[in-house]
Design a protein around this ligand. Structure first.
Ligand code: NAD
Length: 490
């Protein structure tokens, strides 16, 4: 009897293939714990075949393609993602359980936009040119030429699967590289579907490859070990970044890292109160708190602290769980049972470390058909000491700790009391203070009176444990190309 369960395959050199390991692992739907598909696990030979295909494609039609044709092709990829919007939406929702209200407004449109934006950046950004005076009076002309880096290893996480993967693949291909993608083992589907899109649009075989598997001693590690991978771009946990950096040291290969965060929000008493409550609610709870830019520590000026806590509690208690395809659903489950166990571990730690629970703190009631899913309640705490593990470590769930402050200086110091440095959100109507505080919080991305307002032309990345390098707009060119200088004696 043949199984009706779908199989998710590798995409190597323009072909879908189960690969050579003969092994599969389950892709579980987070809303009910049921099996979505069996994922074919790549062997080391499959990973090496994908890298070899990517290397060969650099000197094939792709490598010879004029920039205009290449960037037009990427506009074609964006158009095809948009044409197959519903396929991508359903695949993303089945993998993540996130509500359609999020996936249809953020994940899928951004997946398409990442190809368009970087195609346009590459077509329109000039390189530098300098005239040099020489003793003989004839001078010399220097000019820069950007060339692709080669084969890019792309390793991506599960929280915004298509969006974060294409955030790397878009600029990598626009710059003329080829890629081998290792999507998260939790969310393999949209990366695989993108293989179909590449074939439909006519992207040459080997330019875009996908391998499936895990991290250590599996596809992720094997990809980083392959010496023909010329650079590695990774989004995920800080600890994983450390492991990948060690692998990249072999062959002195460059890395671009977008890692974890423990981001602070700062709300001053003069803020637009409703806007601040709404913004912090989104920053803390959107995508079930599984957003690297989210806010798990919020500092609120004491005079509005109690009112703010009550207003945020109302927001937390207003989320609707359930069928992700129902537009009324506003919160999905966590990605996996393991991740929920981790988040619930922090919920338990908050209790033992003396937190006052303002909202949530457990598992919500859901309809019987969703009881096997990985749900947690949006949770708000106060009263934890600064050295609590809940305050210091990234939880990556729908939870936030509120702390009152009395002075600007104190808020800045508390916000900076973390080894991470990804993002912050500041709420005030005092313009001078907004800029002053923005300049003092040690992060790569600062939002004032907003959160997650993204312009893809701007720099994106973190400092400290939150990452290495900046991507976005022209900054992506720094990583995905080599800049060569040519000096011509006139
Ligand atoms: P993760 O680090 O567990 O996994 C990410 C990817 O790395 C997966 O594809 C995984 O298989 C692979 N991997 C794991 N170990 C590896 C190894 N040793 N070698 C090579 N590959 C390996 O992260 P996750 O749990 O999927 O994602 C959540 C994390 O991602 C959070 O820490 C979050 O903050 C972070 N994140 C950061 C950003 C950002 O822009 N800074 C964006 C989204 C998520």
């Amino acid at each position: 009897m043949t199984s009706s369960v779908k199989q998710t395959q590798q995409f190597i050199d323009g072909q879908f293939t189960p690969g050579t390991s003969g092994k599969t692992f389950p892709n579980i739907n987070p809303i009910n714990g049921k099996l979505n598909s069996n994922i074919c696990e790549a062997s080391k030979a499959d990973v090496n075949a994908a890298v070899a295909a990517a290397k060969a494609a650099l000197t094939g039609p792709w490598g010879k393609m004029p920039v205009e044709a290449r960037t037009n092709m990427l506009h074609g990829v964006a158009a095809e993602i948009s044409r197959r919007f519903d396929d991508f939406l359903q695949a993303e929702i089945a993998d993540t359980g996130k509500p359609t209200s999020i996936a249809s407004h953020i994940d899928i449109p951004r997946g398409a936009a990442n190809f368009k934006v970087f195609a346009d950046v590459v077509k329109n950004v000039p390189t530098e040119s300098f005239h040099l005076d020489t003793p003989d009076g004839r001078g010399a002309l220097n000019y820069g030429v950007r060339v692709p880096k080669g084969v890019i290893g792309v390793i991506s996480p599960w929280n915004l699967p298509l969006l974060l993967m294409t955030w790397k693949v878009g600029p990598a291909l626009a710059c003329g590289n080829t890629v081998v993608v290792k999507p998260s083992e939790e969310t393999p589907s949209t990366a695989t579907l993108l293989g179909e899109v590449m074939n439909t649009v006519g992207v040459p075989p080997g330019v875009y490859n996908v391998i499936h598997g895990f991290g250590p001693d599996s596809a992720g590690e094997w990809l980083t070990q392959n010496p023909d991978v010329n650079a590695i771009t990774f989004t995920g946990e800080t600890r994983t970044g450390e492991a990948i950096m060690k692998q990249a040291a072999n062959g002195v290969r460059p890395v671009s890292f977008e890692l974890g965060g423990k981001n602070a929000g700062v709300v001053f008493a003069d803020a637009d109160f409703e806007a601040a409550v709404d913004g912090i609610s989104r920053a803390a709870f959107a995508n079930s708190g599984q957003v690297c830019l989210g806010t798990e520590r919020v500092f609120v000026e004491r005079s509005i602290f109690d009112r703010f806590a009550q207003a945020l509690k109302k927001k937390a208690e207003g989320f609707v769980f359930g069928d992700p395809m129902n537009p009324a659903t506003t919160m999905g489950p966590l990605i996996s049972k393991e991740h929920r166990d981790k988040v619930l571990g922090y919920f338990a730690a908050a209790k033992t470390q003396g937190a006052t629970i303002i909202a949530g703190g457990g598992i919500p009631r859901v309809a019987a058909e969703y009881e096997g899913g990985h749900w947690v309640q949006p949770t708000i705490w106060t009263g934890l000491p600064q050295d609590s593990s809940v305050i210091r470590e990234e939880i990556f769930g729908p939870c936030v700790h509120l702390e009152p402050f009395d002075a600007e200086e104190q808020a800045v110091n508390m916000a900076n009391d973390t080894p991470y440095g990804l993002a912050t959100t500041i709420w005030t109507t005092d313009l001078a203070r907004a800029h002053r505080v923005a300049g003092r919080i040690n992060v790569g991305i600062t939002w004032i009176n907003c959160w997650f307002l993204r312009d893809l032309r701007t720099s994106f990345g973190g400092q400290g444990l939150s990452g290495i390098g900046r991507e976005g707009g022209v900054h992506s060119l720094e990583f995905y190309t080599e800049l060569r200088n040519v000096c011509v004696k006139l």
